[in-house]
Design a protein around this ligand. Structure first.
Ligand code: DAH
Length: 338
């Protein structure tokens, strides 16, 4: 192998012309491999210096050295130019318009039913009540028998109640919050003042006024000298706190197996009487079943649906709105607004 001056000049010329015509930094990477790196023709020529005649070495050394220096210099200069071009492009394409309005994100919030439950809890806690809770999977005994609901009561059919397999375990999805009354009376001695909010289940189809999963709130008081007047006064206070100062309540005779006497409580709201819930004096049989001395103590109880309360209070016509979780509904309650 020998070195050839003309070849060195050609290598230099083609390197410089490749550098001159490079359009971007990617092209420069290939140029670096082809004309600058260890495998470039001039790097190889440089390696040959050691093998040529001593007399020619200095001359070729200078020639190759100067060619490589020119290439390096041109390469550096072009790299700087192309980096600047790239930076300008990036600045343009990734430009941020700081004057654009910010993107709005919705805030999470509590469901109106949860807000109502909290409101009711606070209200009764303010009256000295405790909040009591029970399981949603309840024994049929607590859900029915202990509440004096007999075995042949229509509510106990499969049509109304979700029985849970195996059927001989006698478990149901509680059909009301009233079993929490029994649990409380079995656990605690009077005086008892509790409010029991919670989820309840009945095998209804979801439609404008029904939902198979709904919520109730139960109230129970057992103390000395408790009368229907206490019940009426408590419901009046409750109704006014929920629906407003001007609301009136009335009790209508009714029947529930666990209260005697029993009543429906109606509220006069927006110009008409609306049925709100059930109530009454706790049936002696129920008190005795829970080991309470009925000579000394008496009690009242009430129970109402929370979906219904919300619908009445806010004029909601369709149950779907409450259960479907559409933010357009909850937003009207101030939930999720910025
Ligand atoms: N548990 C009844 C129901 O689900 C509501 C009810 C009525 C509860 C009267 C009571 C009561 O505590 O005294 O329909």
């Amino acid at each position: 192998m020998s070195l050839d001056q003309a070849q060195i000049n050609r290598d230099l010329a083609s390197a410089l012309s490749a550098i001159a015509s490079a359009v971007n930094l990617d092209a420069m990477k290939q140029i670096k491999i082809d004309f600058v790196g260890d495998k470039s023709p001039l790097a190889k020529a440089n390696q040959l210096l050691a093998s040529i005649d001593q007399s020619q070495r200095a001359e070729f050394g200078k020639l190759i050295g100067s060619a490589r220096a020119q290439i390096n210099q041109a390469f550096e200069k072009k790299s700087v130019e192309l980096s600047e071009v790239r930076d300008t492009e990036v600045l343009l394409t990734e430009r941020v318009d700081v004057t654009l309005p910010g993107r709005r994100t919705l805030k999470g919030g509590l469901h109106p039913l949860t807000i109502l439950t909290n409101e009711i809890n606070d209200l009764f806690i303010g009256l000295g009540y405790k909040v009591a809770e029970g399981p949603e999977l309840e024994s049929a005994w607590l859900n029915f028998d202990a509440l004096n609901i007999p075995a042949d009561h229509p509510a106990r059919t499969m049509q109304d109640t979700f029985f849970v397999e195996p059927l001989d375990a006698n478990l149901v999805l509680r059909t009301h919050t009233s079993p929490v009354q029994i649990r409380t009376m079995l656990d605690e001695k009077p005086p008892i003042y509790v409010i029991c909010p919670g989820k309840t289940y009945r095998s209804d189809e979801l439609d404008a006024t029904h939902t198979p999963v709904f919520h109730q709130v139960e109230g129970l008081v057992v103390d000395e000298n408790i009368t229907m007047a206490d019940l009426k006064g408590t419901l009046d206070f409750f109704a006014k706190s929920i629906f407003g100062e001007n609301v009136k309540t009335r009790l209508r005779p009714s029947f529930f197996p666990f209260t005697e006497p029993s009543a429906e409580v109606d509220v006069f709201f927006n110009g008409r009487w609306i049925e709100w819930g059930g109530c009454g004096m706790v049936n002696e049989k129920v008190l005795i079943g829970c080991g309470i001395d009925t000579k000394k103590f008496s009690g009242f109880a009430f129970g109402m649906g929370l979906e219904r309360t919300l619908m009445v209070k806010h004029g909601i016509n369709d149950m779907h709105d409450i259960v479907e979780g559409d933010v357009r509904f909850t937003q009207s309650f101030g939930v999720g607004n910025k």
